[in-house]
Design a protein around this ligand. Structure first.
Ligand code: ATP
Ligand code: MG
Length: 200
């Protein structure tokens, strides 16, 4: 009997903080593509966010663990958090491939991120290493023009107009973040006073 290859979704992000838009995207793509597992990979130092303050990786990692803990198919990887220097997705995929050589990788992105993919490091290798699944996101047009059609798919998901930037702005201004992020993440933000001042 030949064994089916493990189908592994990869949800990369800054997750500052993780919110229900990320979780719905991962869940919907997992169902449609029959993924066995989706691994969330919080970035170390994000390449495209060098001009802004990003919350220390350990907080972002722990919030991602809290948000995904109740889903038996969701896991969190430290590969990007533990790698020194800027985070490049090609390194993420290389590390995940090295750890799980038999798995078929499906990289999940929102409409804004897929638009930029050709500007990422080593785009040809990216498409060799993973199949890309792009989902719609409010405020962005979902287009995969110019990308290799056999390595990129589009998927419609319920549109959640949630962004980490908005969650941070709300927390900073004392507005509620309930129901935008999982309850445990609301409590983690309050417990550690995240997004309050300039220190975090
Ligand atoms: P920020 O506002 O800080 O950029 P973000 O909400 O965009 O945060 P990221 O961590 O930058 O979150 O995004 C990680 C991935 O999740 C990206 O591929 C992004 O396109 C996707 N994503 C984020 N929010 C949504 C959403 N509401 N619906 C679908 N995809 C999303
Ligand atoms: Mg973003």
């Amino acid at each position: 009997m030949t064994q089916r290859r493990l189908r592994l979704g990869v949800m990369g992000g800054t997750f500052d903080p993780v919110h229900h838009g990320h979780l719905v995207a991962a869940s919907e793509v997992a169902a449609e593509f029959e993924l066995d597992e989706v691994v969330f990979v919080p970035t170390g130092q994000p390449t495209f966010k060098q001009d802004q303050d990003v919350t220390p990786a350990e907080h972002r990692y722990l919030m991602t663990v809290i948000a995904t803990a109740s889903n038996p198919r969701f896991t969190v990887s430290r590969v990007d958090v533990d790698r020194a220097g800027l985070t490049y997705t090609v390194d993420t995929l290389r590390d995940l491939h090295a750890a799980r050589p038999d798995a078929e990788l499906f990289f999940i992105t929102g409409a804004d991120a897929i638009e930029q993919i050709l500007s990422w490091k080593a785009p040809d290798e990216l498409f060799e290493m993973a199949h890309f699944v792009a989902v719609n996101r409010p405020g962005h047009t979902l287009s995969t023009d110019g990308l290799p059609a056999d390595r990129v798919s589009q998927q419609e998901i319920p549109a959640l107009a949630i962004s980490s930037s908005d969650v941070r702005a709300r927390a900073r201004g004392g507005a509620p973040v309930w129901y935008l992020v999982p309850d445990g993440v609301v409590q983690y933000i309050a417990k550690h006073g995240l997004y309050r001042g300039n220190d975090e």
